[in-house]
Design a protein around this ligand. Structure first.
Ligand code: NAI
Length: 332
C-alpha cells in the first residue's frame, strides 16, 4: 500500500520509518514536506491513502480531489480531527482514522510547564540572571497549594492535568458534558460560568467543534477572577484571541499561556525567524511580558511520537487488510 505523508518533519520520518521496519510487508511511504491543501493534493496521485497532521486542510474540496485520485483512507497522526470534514469524508466512503490517545501525560506535563513558568516568571528570570540582574521585582508569583484550578474538558489530558495539580494541593473544578468518575474522585464538577468565576487558573482540554469555537470570548473572560491565568493547550480557536488581548490590556486577565493559536497554520511547525510575520494579532500577543507562547509542542515527547507511529500503522493495516478500524472517526 502506498501512502502520501503530508507535513513531514525529520522527527516524523524517524519514528514512522522505525515503525515501518517492524511491518512484515513494509508500506511505501512517500514523504512530503508540504502541508495538504487543494494546491498540494496532487502529491497523493497514485497513493491508496494519505497521512496528515493538525494543520493540514482536509475540507470537502480536498476530500473530493483525493477521492478522484483513488485515495481510500485519511490517517491523522493526532487526536483532534477538527480540520477534517467528517460528513464529506463519510459521503465519499473514505476511512478517516486518528490516534485517539498517545501519552496524554505529555500534553498534561507541558500544560504544567506553562503554568509554572508563567506563575514564577522563570522565562524572565532565565534572561535576567544571564545578564547579571539578580533583582526580584516583577518575578512575584503565587503559591499554587490551595488555589483553585478550573479544567474545561476532563477527558484523558484534563484528567492527567488534574492528577498532577491534585499533588500540588490545588482545588479542582471541572466542566465537561460527560463527567468522569476518576475526575470527581479528586475534583468537583461545576457549570462553565461558576468555574470561570471561582478559578485562579483556567485550563482548556476539550476538543474544538463547530459548537464551541470562541467558547472563551469577552463575556466569559469578564467572568474570570481579576488577575487569573488562562491556559490553552487544546485548540486555538476555542479562545477569541482578540478578546484575550483586550482582557490583557485592561489588566483583568493576569496571564496567558498557549501552545495553540487560532491562526497557527502557516506559523507553527515552520522556521519563520527570517520572515516578516504579518499576523498583527499574534505579534501583539508577543509584546506582553505575561504571555507565554509555545508552538504546538505539547505532544512532543519521544514516547508520544513512538505511540503515534505505532497506532498510525495499526490504522494503515486496518485499511490494507479490510478490517474495521477501532480508531475510525465517525460523525456523532
Ligand atoms: P478526550 O476525548 O479524552 O477528552 C476531551 C473531553 O472534553 C471529553 O471528556 C469531552 O466530554 C469533553 N468535552 C467535549 N466538548 C466539551 C465542551 N464544549 N466543554 C467542555 N468539555 C467538553 O481528549 P484528550 O485526549 O483529553 O484531548 C483533548 C484535546 O487536546 C484534543 O481534542 C486536542 O484538541 C488537544 N490536544 C493537544 C495537543 C497538543 O500538542 N497541544 C496534543 C493532543 C491533543
Amino acid at each position: 500500500m502506498k501512502i502520501a505523508v503530508f507535513s513531514t518533519h525529520t522527527y516524523d520520518k524517524t519514528f514512522l520509518d522505525e515503525a515501518n521496519q517492524r511491518e512484515p510487508a513494509p508500506f511505501d511511504l512517500i514523504y512530503q514536506e508540504a502541508g495538504l491543501s487543494l494546491q498540494t493534493v496532487a502529491f497523493a496521485q497514485g497513493c491508496d491513502a494519505i497521512c496528515v497532521f493538525v494543520n493540514d486542510v482536509v475540507n470537502a474540496p480536498v476530500l473530493e480531489a483525493l477521492h478522484g485520485l483513488g485515495v481510500k483512507g485519511v490517517f491523522l497522526r493526532c487526536a483532534g480531527f477538527n480540520n477534517v470534514d467528517i460528513d464529506a469524508a463519510q459521503k465519499l466512503g473514505l476511512l478517516v482514522a486518528r490516534v485517539p490517545a498517545y501519552a496524554p501525560e505529555a500534553v498534561a506535563e507541558h500544560t504544567i510547564a506553562l503554568i509554572l513558568t508563567l506563575n514564577r516568571h522563570t522565562h524572565r528570570a532565565y534572561n535576567r540572571v544571564r545578564e547579571g540582574n539578580f533583582m526580584l521585582s516583577g518575578l512575584l508569583g503565587m503559591t499554587l497549594q490551595g488555589k483553585t484550578v478550573g479544567i474545561i474538558g476532563t477527558g484523558k489530558i484534563g484528567l492527567a492535568v488534574a492528577k498532577i495539580l491534585n499533588g500540588f494541593g490545588c482545588r479542582l473544578l471541572g466542566f465537561d458534558p460527560t463527567p468522569s468518575p476518576e475526575f470527581t474522585a479528586i475534583g468537583e464538577m461545576a457549570d462553565l460560568d461558576s468555574l470561570l468565576a471561582r478559578s485562579h487558573i483556567v485550563t482548556l482540554h476539550c476538543p474544538l467543534s463547530e459548537h464551541n469555537r470562541h467558547m472563551i470570548n469577552s463575556k466569559k473572560l469578564g467572568l474570570m477572577k481579576p488577575g487569573a491565568m488562562l491556559i490553552n493547550t487544546s485548540r486555538g480557536a476555542l479562545v477569541d484571541t482578540r478578546a484575550v488581548i483586550l482582557a490583557l490590556k485592561s489588566r483583568h486577565l493576569g496571564s496567558l499561556g498557549i501552545d495553540v493559536y487560532e491562526e497557527e497554520s502557516g506559523l507553527f511547525f515552520h522556521d519563520r525567524s527570517s520572515d516578516i510575520i504579518d499576523d498583527d494579532v499574534f505579534q501583539r500577543l508577543m509584546t506582553f511580558p505575561n504571555v507565554l507562547v509555545t508552538g504546538h509542542q505539547g505532544f512532543f515527547t519521544t514516547e508520544a511520537l513512538r505511540e503515534i507511529a505505532d497506532v498510525t500503522f495499526e490504522n494503515f493495516n486496518c485499511l490494507a487488510n479490510g478490517r474495521s478500524c477501532p480508531n475510525a472517526v465517525l460523525k456523532a
